[in-house]
Every structure is written in structure tokens, then in C-alpha cells.
Design a protein around this ligand. Structure first.
Ligand code: MG
Length: 158
């Protein structure tokens, strides 16, 4: 038995000197505006995982009106989502993640992100693929206003 899930998230650039993406801190001339650490990659992944097993979305489990999630490390949220999946009898089969941003360059950090996410998802690095694209300077990502991320996952019954 397998199920598929998809997730999408966006965060706007704001004040700051780094972004957190896939658990990795990347120096940048701006940060991301968020209630949490703004890890748009992990948020999209969490939504895809929750979607695959019909457990709603990240906002339902970790409401941004709740102060306990202010500034939280999104890897904690991901590990909690994986626990929920495990309890429901599922594990991650594979995840394919696409970061959409004009800057900073993501590719130098992909292998570090994969290692961290595989640890959090209790899977092998080869089960997680991260790629990045620009939008050729078109749209809000192309204008450098924010970062978007798409996630697709397959989950497998344990
Ligand atoms: Mg988010």
C-alpha cells in the first residue's frame, strides 16, 4: 500500500543575515519572515507528508498563533510529523523537493540538507532528492521577494 502527498510553501524575504533551508543555515543578505525559523523546504515536506496520510496540514498541527512554535527549529516539526506517520502505520518511501528562488544559490548546500532530512525522516539519503531552480527573474521569486518550495512524497505502509 502506497500513498502520495504534495506540499507547497512560501516565505517572504525580510531583515536578516541568513536563511534556514533544509535545516542548513545559509548566509544571505536577507532573512525569511516567519513565525518559525522560516524553513520553507521543511514546511513543504511536512505538508506533503501530512497530506499523504490525510492528517491535514502543518498549520493544523503547529498553529502560528501558538507561542510555543515561535522561532522553532523546523526540524523539530518534521520529526514530530514523522512520529505521527509512524503511529499511523506509514514510513517515507521517497521525497522529491524543489526550491524556487533567484538567490542564494542552493546547490552547494543540497548534500548537507539531504543528510539532515534523512536523519529526521529516519530514512536513507537516497530516498530524498532536493533540487533548485530560478524562475528566470519572473514572478515574486524571480524578483527576489521570497522563496517557494514544492514537495512530493510517496509513503509506504509499514
Ligand atoms: Mg512555512
Amino acid at each position: 500500500m502506497i500513498r502520495i502527498g504534495q506540499g507547497f510553501d512560501v516565505h517572504a524575504f525580510g531583515e536578516g543575515d541568513h536563511i534556514t533551508l533544509g535545516g542548513v543555515n545559509i548566509p544571505h543578505d536577507r532573512g525569511l519572515v516567519a513565525h518559525s525559523d522560516g524553513d520553507v523546504l521543511i514546511h513543504a515536506l511536512c505538508d506533503a507528508l501530512l497530506g499523504a496520510v490525510a492528517l491535514g496540514d502543518i498549520g493544523r498541527h503547529f498553529p502560528d498563533s501558538d507561542d510555543q512554535y515561535r522561532g522553532i527549529d523546523s526540524r523539530q516539526l518534521l520529526r514530530h510529523v514523522i512520529d505521527l506517520l509512524r503511529s499511523a502505520g506509514w514510513r517515507l518511501g521517497n521525497a522529491d523537493l524543489t526550491v524556487v528562488t533567484q538567490s542564494p544559490r542552493v546547490s552547494p548546500h543540497v548534500s548537507a540538507m539531504v543528510e539532515l532530512l534523512a536523519a529526521d525522516c529516519d530514512c536513507l539519503p537516497k530516498q530524498i532528492n532536493i533540487k533548485a531552480t530560478t524562475t528566470e527573474r519572473l514572478g515574486f521569486t524571480g524578483r527576489g521577494e521570497g522563496i517557494a518550495c514544492y514537495a512530493v512524497v510517496l509513503v509506504v505502509a509499514v
